[in-house]
Design a protein around this ligand. Sequence first.
Ligand SMILES: NC(=O)c1ccc[n+]([C@@H]2O[C@H](COP(=O)([O-])OP(=O)(O)OC[C@H]3O[C@@H](n4cnc5c(N)ncnc54)[C@H](O)[C@@H]3O)[C@@H](O)[C@H]2O)c1
Length: 673
Amino acid sequence: MSTSEFKRLIAEGIPDELPVLKPYDYNINHAPKRKDILNSTEKKLAVKNALRYFPIKFHPVLAKEFAIELATYGRIYMYRFRPDYVIKARHIDDFPHQTRSAAAIMLMISNNLDNSVAQHPHELITYGGNGAVFQNWAQYRLTMKYLSEMSDEQTLVMYSGHPLGLFPSHRDAPRLVVTNGMVVPNYSSQDNWEKFNALGVSQYGQMTAGSYMYIGPQGIVHGTTITLLNAGRMISRTGEGLRGKLFVSSGLGGMSGAQPKAAGIAGIISVVAEVNPRAIHTRHSQGWVDEVFSDLDKLIKRVIQAKSTREVVSIAYEGNIVDVWERLADENIKVDLGSDQTSLHNPWSGGYYPAGLSFEESNILMSEDPDKFKQAVQKSLIRQVQAINRHTTNGMYFFDYGNAFLLEASRAGADVMGSDGEFRYPSYVQDIMGPMCFDFGFGPFRWVCCSNDSSDLETTDKIASETLEKLMKKSPDQIKMQMADNIKWIKEAGRNKLVVGSQARILYADAEGRIAIADAFNNAVRKGKISAPVVIGRDHHDVSGTDSPYRETSNIYDGSKYTADMSVQNVIGDSFRGATWVSLHNGGGVGWGEVINGGFGMLLDGTSETQNKLISMLHWDVNNGIARRSWARNKEAIFTLKREMERTPGLKVTVPYIADDKIIEEAFTPSGK
Ligand SMILES: NC(=O)c1ccc[n+]([C@@H]2O[C@H](COP(=O)([O-])OP(=O)(O)OC[C@H]3O[C@@H](n4cnc5c(N)ncnc54)[C@H](O)[C@@H]3O)[C@@H](O)[C@H]2O)c1
């Protein structure tokens, strides 16, 4: 299709004639049928809601069609309106636009829905089983149309995938404000989500799905590599490193699929179980998994061999993780690091497949008998924890990977609680990412080259590594290790061929590093060293972006880990300091009602106006969280904050006085005792 025809179709929005009904494509990975949650009155309301997007003349046909979609899939996706052109990242100027900011947003949306990037592209799900960009194809078409028309004096408002419309604003305002899944707190249960989503009035945006900042599995390869490297430092008491050690986990899906690749980069043997053969095929054909086994006997033999020769190999097991944990324990095979990355933030609709049932049996049971399915999941979690506990008794270090594993296991009655009423295992943020990265301001900074040209990406890699190397010369000892890990990462990133979809890159940097890199990119765009603007952003999973008591803020110990002031303030602050778009979500990673998170995107177009914005916004975007973490008495954050205040005029943050526990104890001891 020619670029001009593509532009015409984007600008068309909802077409004047009904497009031809498309056959259901069995070659694509589809979302499982969702729970039948609406009563008959609500089902009619869902169809009536869906028809709001279309002229009356279409209603007789579409009403019937949407009623069938709702009955068949549990949702109305409006499959008929899926466009015929290929959805993918393109050169920024291939998108029809009045302002390049809007074109950059179109590029990012398109990448999130690319067939080779998204988990269930036809259901507009990017990752995590339910991480939606839009609820239906009408929303996609209307949003793209609005973006193609908008000027620098307007802001597009998105309510959970629904484009509310273009509103007059001003040049310095964000061009786009996104909210996903925001509800009155008391209505934030899992079933509320199912219901509101089926009615077409809310969606689960995950973190980078509904905020248009997903960059394929690369982002998570980096995060997982950093996690494994730092976990390795914790368990290598004599500094022996990861060579010859064994890591076991589950999931080869959107994010979890990064585990074998990251394990390979970190230099540890990995076994990852996955029940979905399609997911295994994707990672194996990408070269992210070296070998696949579906026979447990053969798997065990291979693991013993790899351990004895200290060979770094990544192995996928096609089957249930519970069977792997139990068998490894029965064989007395030492596992050094263990985790789980099933999608337990979404336990009852396909996020977790219980042991004892085949993949197909589970898919049928979850929609036909949800109660029985729930019992099977809970029984399976109890078994899984029993096996994991046998391994930890034998010296394995187990961590929760932010997928609500411990939370759901505890709700199922599994033996995961310690004597102090807390989980007996830490979350990966509590022990690793929190104190070693977030409290120092290090988080998942990312960028996308809007030329869609790999040579621009190469240039940005070089600029980023030179910038970090320069900064590292003056870095304090406390952060040298993180700097070194990320310099090594960025130098090898091109060789590791991690790009899937847009020409994107990620690394972890602190406020100083992020500002320096963004500034250098903006200069390079101005000088024409990079051929088109660059989008910068981050995962919400960061220093300041997310309030999530069992994940990002699990290493907050002043009682405030259940509050969400930080993430909300973060988005508000970013929005008036120059972000091109901002987003605020309920849910993301650990489940609806369990987390509030926010993010931003900013277009670096080479102007001096943008230079001022990037300095102001990135400074706030990191230091808001540092200030909160410092107030929570985290010593690494207090160190970082004091350093920041020394070099930043105008930054005055309330620093805690640390009370001596003895004085507190005495205050509660009756006098005379
Ligand atoms: N990778 C990270 O750094 C990271 C960070 C935070 C949170 N998470 C969480 O990890 C979870 C996974 O994310 P995702 O994007 O990969 O989700 P996903 O749904 O794409 O993948 C999960 C995979 O687990 C498989 N699975 C489910 N139950 C299984 C079982 N019992 N045995 C074997 N395989 C099973 C599923 O088939 C699926 O392919 C999510 O809850 C996410 O929020 C990951």
